[in-house]
Design a protein around this ligand. Structure first.
Ligand SMILES: Nc1ncnc2c1ncn2[C@@H]1O[C@H](COP(=O)(O)OP(=O)(O)OP(=O)(O)O)[C@@H](O)[C@H]1O
Length: 255
């Protein structure tokens, strides 16, 4: 279980994650526009950057955890050890207990067969595939995945989506990809705007909502962006701020 108690994260004086409170004991989707704080929040939960407040993983404060094998992530910064792919796999086998046979099979299925390759020589999509598979093949209880479909071909995205459903019991999946959110429509989703987290509601409800000016009685979620309130209302109803049917348009609210 991931518990966030009044979590704030600063870069210098900039507070980019603001007083987040949440309990996560399943796999959830995190959606939000560029620069809203998604990666920053994931990095703090993974113990890569400092935070204020408390983040507990299964009751233990993240800042005090060392080599915790029940949490895995595809975040770039977690991959500073090893150069050749086979070395990275070996190191993760040693320190995280990943199932290297499983990882090698999954990589091969997605076209990454030459494990003598240098991790820095991978294309953008290959890098995402490699890091995501390492995170999944660890079969940790908790997985933190930052944009696991970015730059990945559509057919491979679907394979990865199925693996994400299969591996890990809890965690956070950050994605911008609307088609992928559809695959996870039964998952709960949280929205993040300007460092503030809203929700959860189901991904399906987000996809099917109209967004109208705030404080509608039947709203399934209310968010505040740039001091304006918006309500997510199921189906066609009320005066629409915009004809919001795609996530891209939801993201535009934050700009
Ligand atoms: N190392 C850093 N130093 C200073 N500011 C940073 C740093 N990393 C991120 N930021 C800033 O923090 C804010 C949140 O960034 P973050 O990367 O968490 O956004 P994001 O929601 O993941 O965006 P995207 O969808 O574009 O990946 C942004 O304004 C960004 O410019």
């Amino acid at each position: 279980m991931i518990e966030l108690n009044n979590v704030s994260i600063f870069y210098g004086k900039d507070k980019v994650v603001k007083d987040v409170n949440a309990t996560i004991n399943e796999k959830v989707i995190l959606l939000g526009p560029n620069g809203s704080g998604k990666s920053t929040l994931l990095k703090a939960i993974a113990g890569i950057i400092p935070y204020q407040g408390h983040i507990f993983i299964d009751g233990k404060e993240v800042s005090k955890l060392r080599n915790y094998t029940e949490l895995s992530t595809n975040i770039n910064e977690a991959f500073s050890l090893g150069v050749k792919l086979k070395d990275v796999i070996y190191i993760y086998e040693e320190i995280k207990g990943i199932n290297s046979k499983l990882a090698i099979g999954m990589l091969s299925q997605l076209g990454l067969k030459d494990l003598n390759k240098n991790i820095y020589s991978l294309s953008a999509g290959q890098g995402v595939i490699f890091r995501t598979i390492i995170a999944l093949a660890s079969n940790s209880k908790i997985i933190l995945l930052d944009e696991p479909f970015e730059n990945v071909d559509i057919g491979k995205r679907k394979i990865i989506a199925n693996w994400i459903k299969e591996y890990g019991k809890e965690g956070i999946i950050v994605t911008h990809e609307l088609d992928m959110v559809k695959i996870f429509k039964d998952y709960k989703a949280n929205l993040i705007f300007e460092g503030k987290v809203f929700g959860p509601i189901t991904a399906k409800d987000i996809l099917e909502s109209s967004i109208i000016e705030g404080e509608d009685q039947s709203a399934i979620l209310e968010i505040e962006v740039n001091k304006k309130k918006y309500s997510f209302v199921k189906g066609e109803k009320g005066y629409k701020v915009e004809n919001l049917v795609t996530l891209d348009r939801i993201y535009n609210l934050g700009e």
